[in-house]
Design a protein around this ligand. Structure first.
Ligand code: HEC
Ligand code: HEC
Ligand code: HEC
Ligand code: HEC
Length: 341
């Protein structure tokens, strides 16, 4: 009997090893009685808080004196800065992207105007990309905005990026096409949901909404198979923001928008923003990157919700870094592509 009990206890301990240890905090997020609560683990939050502190700002000097484009030979994007401002901004970029390697990560130190290092050519496009996000996607990033630090956090490559995955190996012939399922993957929080929810939704614009609007299957593409992909993406979104589904949905109906927290609308714009960043800014850089930076299919590293959020409901808990770096604000181009789906 004793042996049996200890077996049961060991079994229970093994099963529960994947669960989070109590106590957890529960916070009401929706109206009373809707059951819309957020469950937070204070120990996870503590680690999160440490990782989400914005570095102290290095404000740019006033725009007096000669322009960078007059003093230097090869300034194509930061033209409106004064020479002194450019030098100060270079220090911030170094802190954000290559604090260990220093200026030499992007520059040939014998000739700062030289463009031979790919890192410099990429960094120039990244300045444009950051401006594009801040100017054209205020529906998502508001005035809080983003800087290089939002994604890079002092690292050459942001800690959360993704590549298109190779076709899933077939199971036994009996199983056939597994449709991405049953290959547990950290991108979908180790669940057996389709393991690449990014290519269809954050690069291509496959429909995410699965709730059928007609009773009969005629012309109705919605299926359980389709819903699994949507759930894969939703799991990624929850995980990236460190929230439960009820942060955006009233789970009475996942389809319904009425009565949902406004965060769902912000997320809707976020999905479109990420697509346009990947399609219009990351993909065109593919040829610039050396092979060892690319994925197994030769594609460039791409952005998902985790690239900026890194586990927080707002990146860096909403620290408004952009206000200290007007150089990254940019002017709205009006060509933010909001796919209608
Ligand atoms: C993450 C990459 C990166 C790092 C790190 C970096 N730079 Fe730059 N630097 C650039 C880019 C990109 C340009 C060109 C900007 C443009 O075209 O508007 C540039 C341009 C310059 C120029 C103008 C050169 C010319 O004649 O055209 C100077 C000077 C400069 N950087 C100095 C520095 C210094 C000093 C450091 C270290 C404190 C540094 N940079 C660190 C990316 C970087
Ligand atoms: C929205 C997120 C995001 C922002 C904002 C961002 N980057 Fe990047 N950056 C990336 C991703 C993703 C890659 C990785 C591409 C790859 O490896 O294929 C990258 C790569 C780079 C690289 C190449 C590093 C290497 O070793 O290959 C440089 C340099 C760089 N970024 C500079 C910058 C600078 C400077 C800024 C700010 C002006 C900036 N980035 C803003 C996402 C971002
Ligand atoms: C950060 C906000 C956010 C979180 C968290 C979130 N969702 Fe969503 N969800 C959305 C948005 C936005 C859409 C609509 C996407 C679109 O149409 O482009 C959506 C759509 C859906 C749909 C499709 C509904 C339809 O119209 O057919 C389902 C199902 C769904 N979510 C389930 C979930 C589940 C389950 C979770 C938790 C694992 C979750 N969501 C977490 C924002 C969120
Ligand atoms: C380029 C960086 C970046 C990426 C990528 C990104 N976000 Fe955000 N997100 C932000 C910033 C910055 C804010 C803060 C805006 C503010 O202060 O109102 C934010 C805010 C939000 C909010 C509002 C939170 C609240 O409590 O008000 C939601 C929800 C959200 N993001 C969801 C997403 C989802 C889902 C994705 C992926 C599809 C995503 N984000 C990708 C930068 C990003």
């Amino acid at each position: 009997m004793k042996r049996f009990i200890s077996l049961v206890l060991t079994g229970a301990a093994c099963l529960l090893a994947g669960c989070e240890r109590p106590p957890v905090d529960v916070v009401q997020h929706g109206y009373r009685g809707t059951g819309m609560q957020q469950v937070y683990n204070p120990r996870t939050l503590e680690q999160q808080a440490e990782r989400n502190v914005a570095p102290p700002a290095i404000p740019l000097p006033p725009a007096e004196g000669p322009k960078a484009s007059q003093v230097y030979k090869n300034v194509q994007v930061l033209k409106d800065l004064s020479a002194a401002q450019l030098a100060t901004f270079m220090v911030s970029m170094t802190n954000w992207v290559s604090p260990k390697e220093g200026c030499g990560y992007c520059h040939n130190l014998n000739n700062l105007a030289d463009d031979s290092l790919y890192t410099k050519r990429v960094a120039r496009r990244m300045i444009e990309m950051t401006r594009f996000i801040n100017a054209d996607w205020q529906t998502h990033v508001a005035q809080t905005g983003v800087t290089c630090y939002t994604c890079h956090r002092g690292q050459n490559i942001p800690s959360q990026v993704w590549f298109t995955k190779k076709d899933q190996p077939y199971g036994s012939n009996f199983l056939g096409d597994k449709s991405g399922q049953n290959t547990p993957d950290p991108d979908v929080n180790w669940s057996s949901l389709p393991y690449d929810p990014f290519t269809p939704f954050l690069l291509n614009d496959q429909p995410i909404r699965v709730g059928a609007t007609t009773a009969l299957p005629t012309g109705n593409r919605q299926s359980i198979k389709q819903a699994e992909w949507t759930y894969g993406l939703m799991t990624h979104m929850s995980q990236s923001l460190g929230v439960n589904c009820t942060y955006c949905h009233n789970t009475r109906s996942f389809q319904e928008w009425k009565g949902n927290p406004t965060q769902r609308v912000t997320a809707w714009h976020g999905i479109r923003m990420v697509r346009s960043v990947n399609v219009d800014h990351m993909n065109p850089l593919t040829d610039e990157f050396p092979a060892h930076r690319k994925g197994e299919l030769g594609d460039v590293a791409k952005v998902n919700c985790g690239t900026c959020h890194q586990g927080a409901y707002k990146p860096l808990y909403g620290a408004p870094m952009l206000k200290d770096y007007p150089v990254l604000k940019g002017t709205p181009s009006g060509d933010a592509k909001v796919a209608s789906k």
